[in-house]
Design a protein around this ligand. Structure first.
Ligand code: HEM
Length: 207
């Protein structure tokens, strides 16, 4: 049932302002890398795939390092750019839940990338991609902390999978079942910016 659409001639709520280009690029780059990281991480630690573990480790640690930089930059961007307001047809409880889920995803992304880095470099393992770029280890040898971070990495990924699945299913529910155009807030990756501002004057600097 399309709550907000009731009363509109075309039966659909008008799309509100979307995110700006910077936020969209960060969102889809991070999403793409997380989609690489999870299967690569599971595969490289699976016994039957031991034969291909080395290249998978190199891929996982390399794209994970890029992700660490992206996540830090994305958090800085988010803290300095106001996001567009939630759609007016969302219930207050739904807005609060979505805001909490988004914040938790940021925290989990940070936990995943930092724990992966400390688990690797703190235990004296190389990150081949960073070595090739001449980036030195940024932390000292700390095997105890590395072991703790391995546990953090393994638990946080479960929470991340649950939250991202909930996030995607809410977007799909709104978009496909309730016919509320939420996806246009973040898709396409290079949209938004001035166009989004013009759609909702007064929305402020969108992220
Ligand atoms: C959002 C980012 C990341 C995701 C989603 C992710 C996901 C995963 C997953 C699913 C595993 C398998 C866990 C298991 O054993 O069950 C894993 C293991 C691992 N990850 Fe990540 N990872 C991320 C970032 C990183 C980063 C930045 C690094 C290092 C630069 C890294 C290094 C490792 C290492 C070394 C392991 C193997 C741990 C071990 O068994 O000793 N990860 N990761």
């Amino acid at each position: 049932m399309n709550r907000a659409g009731a009363g509109r001639a075309e039966g659909k709520p008008a799309p509100g302002p979307g995110y700006g280009t910077g936020a969209r690029i960060f969102h889809w780059l991070v999403a793409l890398l997380v989609v690489v990281q999870i299967p690569a991480g599971i595969a490289m630690t699976s016994e039957p795939l031991l034969g291909v573990a080395d290249p998978l480790y190199i891929l996982h640690k390399g794209s994970g390092s890029v992700l660490l930089v992206l996540v830090l930059a994305r958090i800085a961007w988010r803290l300095t750019h106001r996001p567009p307001p939630f759609e007016e047809w969302m219930r207050p409880g739904e807005k609060r839940t979505a805001a909490a889920a988004h914040a938790a995803i940021y925290v989990l992304l940070l936990l995943m990338t930092v724990s992966g880095y400390v688990r690797t470099v703190g235990d004296g393992f190389p990150i081949e991609f960073l070595d090739a770029l001449g980036v030195p280890p940024l932390i000292p040898f700390m095997p105890r902390a590395a072991r703790v971070m391995l546990v953090v990495h393994q638990f946080a990924v479960v929470a991340l999978i649950i939250l991202v699945s909930a996030h995607v299913s809410q977007v799909l529910r709104h978009q496909l079942i309730e016919r509320n155009p939420v996806l246009a807030r973040m898709w396409p990756p290079f949209g938004g910016g001035r166009r989004a501002q013009a759609a909702a004057p007064g929305a402020g600097e969108d992220a």
